[in-house]
Ligand binder design. Structure first.
Ligand code: CMC
Length: 452
């Protein structure tokens, strides 16, 4: 098979036996060897089939809560090999992108358009980012109306939608129209950074700092975060490099919960801004992007002596009947059964960053000790639970002075790149259908209403 293609493998079929009937199900092969059972015709072909003397109502459906075994789409954006801990954006290994210091915006364009930009394309997009970095002044009322200490992720989700209301033409773009799509993508990528910084300023009771068109993406964000009227903030090269790496590592991760949400919302033909706003809400949960905050809080509790590493490890092993197991934030992953390659890169980067900045962060020592103990623990070994991206990312963010309540929002700034790419892929797929899972109804059967 050609690289980058997937196809029905005509020779291979799965045979499903239902009583006396057999149904042939074709297989789809991905370009990296993934094989999927194509069940698109399952319902139609099983409709009315007799099973144990009864006709199958409406045809056979599949049951897969949490979609642990279900591919919702074919995609050529990001590839993960969970067994071997491999992550590639458009075929490029994440470790190579990180090592060669590709910039976040170049990575975003790679994800969105499939290739790294030429210098001219990069310059052209940079100009768009500058052109769109300001929020409409009307948005100031939005920020002023928020209560102090409002949750930055909730602000971001609402502000992304709200800011698009000032550009109704972008809410109605044709995803196939290159110019308007590019403008919408640039506006989102640029504004999400401004909104993030403004949320922080609002929470701190500081005046808003407007973007500076002379600065690159990361420096501009740090300027909006930390400059104050009487003291301009100049980010160091080390800080910019760390932030760039953080954003690249978070830029996409195939069909995770928030990306699947963006695609699902987009499948109803909802516009890019509304779809991404929904993705931000999905990302906020503690099992997903919100885990980076939980990790930091856990390390702080250990530092304060409120919990011990051994106590913590033991507590997740006890599973009370009928209750979900307590989970150690920053460990485990639906796809990786090996070390998350992003965590590996971050761990090394954090060591170098703290050394360069001459920071001695006690939370890093605690994190290292926790990881060491977890990795030698039988329970975690058997369940293949390794550190994920959220385990070390907070220590990197702390080192560049990003407050803990902004951590998940930082994740979102990076992930906007992938969400845009994935939304467009869904929107341009001629075979895409509105995403609408089925259910197995287990409630009361039809009964008459008997009023007193
Ligand atoms: N601590 C303790 N037990 C765990 C953990 C953990 N972190 N993760 C999974 N398990 C257990 C889980 O409880 C289950 O055991 P049992 O059925 O006996 O209760 C077993 O391991 C298998 O779990 P799984 O099928 O891998 O779980 P999943 O795919 O539904 O969940 C996950 C994946 C990421 C939600 C989960 O590993 C987790 O909750 N981790 C902690 C939260 C976290 O760090 N999330 C960030 C994920 S990476 C970045 C992102 O996507 O946002």
């Amino acid at each position: 098979m050609d690289h980058g293609e997937s196809s029905h493998n005509g020779a291979l079929k799965a045979i499903l036996t239902l009583g006396h009937h057999t149904i042939e199900l074709p297989l789809i092969c991905g370009s990296e060897g993934e094989v999927a059972l194509d069940i698109r015709r399952l319902r139609a072909e099983t409709k009315g089939l007799q099973l144990n003397g009864k006709g199958i109502q409406g045809g056979l459906i599949t049951f897969d809560p949490g979609y642990k075994n279900t591919a919702s789409c074919q995609s050529d954006i990001t590839f993960i090999d969970g067994e071997h801990g491999i992550l590639r954006y458009r075929g490029y290994d994440i470790a190579e992108l990180a090592a060669k210091k590709v910039r976040f915006i170049e990575t975003a364009l790679l994800l969105i358009y499939g290739e790294l930009p030429t210098p001219a394309e990069r310059e052209n997009f940079r100009e768009l980012l500058t052109q769109y970095e300001m929020l409409h002044e009307g948005m100031m009322n939005f920020f002023y109306s928020l209560p102090p200490n409002a949750d930055p992720m909730a602000i971001l989700a609402a502000a992304v939608q709200c800011s698009s209301l000032y550009n109704p033409e972008l809410r109605a773009i044709d995803p196939a129209d290159e110019d308007s799509f590019r403008a919408a993508a640039a506006k989102l990528l640029s504004r999400v950074r401004t909104i993030a910084a403004f949320s922080y300023r609002k929470a701190m009771g500081l005046p808003f700092e407007y973007p500076d068109p002379s600065l690159d993406y990361c420096s501009n964000f740090l300027h909006m975060m930390f400059s104050i009227p009487y003291r301009r903030f100049y980010a160091t090269e080390t800080m910019i490099r760390a932030l760039n790496l953080f954003l690249i590592l978070h830029a996409d991760h195939e069909q995770n919960c928030s990306t699947a949400t963006v695609r699902m919302v987009g499948s109803s033909r909802a516009n890019l801004f509304d779809s991404i706003s929904a993705g931000i809400s999905a990302l906020s949960g503690p099992l997903h992007g919100g885990a980076n905050v939980q990790v930091l809080r856990m390390l702080e509790r250990i530092e304060r002596g409120e919990e011990t590493i051994d106590g913590l490890i033991n507590s997740v092993k006890i599973k009370e009947p009928g209750k979900p197991r307590r989970r150690l934030p920053g460990f485990g992953h639906r796809i990786y059964r090996n070390y998350d390659p992003r965590a590996k890169i971050l761990k090394e980067a954090v060591d170098n960053l703290l050394e360069e900045l001459q920071i001695n962060d006690p939370l890093l020592d605690i994190a290292r000790e926790l990881e060491e103990k977890v990795r030698h623990d039988d329970f975690f070994q058997k369940a293949n639970l390794y550190p994920n991206i959220d385990f070390y990312s907070g220590i990197l963010l702390r080192a560049i002075n990003i407050p803990v309540n902004m951590f998940t929002l930082m994740f979102a700034i990076g992930r906007v790149a992938g969400w845009i790419a994935q939304w467009r892929e869904e929107a341009l797929n001629p075979e895409a259908a509105i995403q609408r899972p089925r259910q197995v109804y287990i409630g009361k059967t039809c009964r008459g209403l008997c009023l007193p």
